[in-house]
Design a protein around this ligand. Structure first.
Ligand code: HEC
Length: 168
């Protein structure tokens, strides 16, 4: 009786096969706090950077330089030392001003709240799947390792610069 019911259910769903395999979907489901950033991203960025940020959106074939593959964790514009990940402010600035000489547009026409909201989502997409299927976020890993570098302080005025050089 139970078996027969199970077989009948099997015809319309996977109820008899144990819990559904949601591993991959779960790995990609962003935390609820990122919903606003995801909405901005899906509407304004995914066509070039791809749904999962791997730089492979439908428009990418036409573009050179190619849209950034966020999962690689390599960024051009950063106030942090070479090899380190950019700061939130660096990402915000790139999104606001765009990247000259490329198709990366300036999004200064979007409300500031939207430009700010999309920054953590870009960081969220800066992730790779490890061989054992875990999602490794490069920003979180750097922070956990104490390797999330602080911005370099740049002297702002020529007087600062002289002082800077005068130091032994
Ligand atoms: C028309 C295509 C296009 C769209 C739309 C687009 N980008 Fe880009 N983006 C690019 C390209 C191309 C680059 C790489 C530019 C380069 O290498 O000089 C880039 C680079 C970047 C970078 C890397 C900056 C760095 O320091 O290397 C970030 C961050 C970024 N985009 C975020 C976004 C966000 C967020 C959006 C949506 C709000 C967006 N992009 C929309 C094409 C696009």
């Amino acid at each position: 009786m139970h078996f027969a019911r199970c077989v009948r259910l099997l015809a319309v769903s996977a109820v008899c096969l144990g819990p559904p395999d949601t591993g991959a979907a779960e790995a990609m489901a962003p935390p609820p706090g990122l919903a606003a950033g995801k909405a901005v991203y899906d509407q304004h960025c995914a066509a070039c950077h791809g749904d999962t940020g791997e730089g492979n959106g439908p428009a990418a074939v036409w573009l050179y330089p190619k849209p950034r593959n966020f999962s690689a964790g390599l960024y051009k514009i950063q106030s942090t030392p070479a090899g380190a990940l950019p700061s939130d402010e660096d990402l915000y600035r790139s999104i606001t001003r765009g990247l000259g000489g490329s198709s990366m547009p300036a999004f200064d026409y979007l409300p500031e709240a939207d430009r700010r909201a999309v920054v953590p989502y870009v960081k969220y997409l800066t992730a790779v799947l490890t061989p054992d299927g875990r999602r490794l976020n490069r920003f979180e890993a750097a922070q956990a390792a104490g390797a999330q570098a602080a911005p370099i302080t740049v002297p702002r005025t020529s007087a600062d610069l002289r002082l800077h050089h005068a130091r032994p």
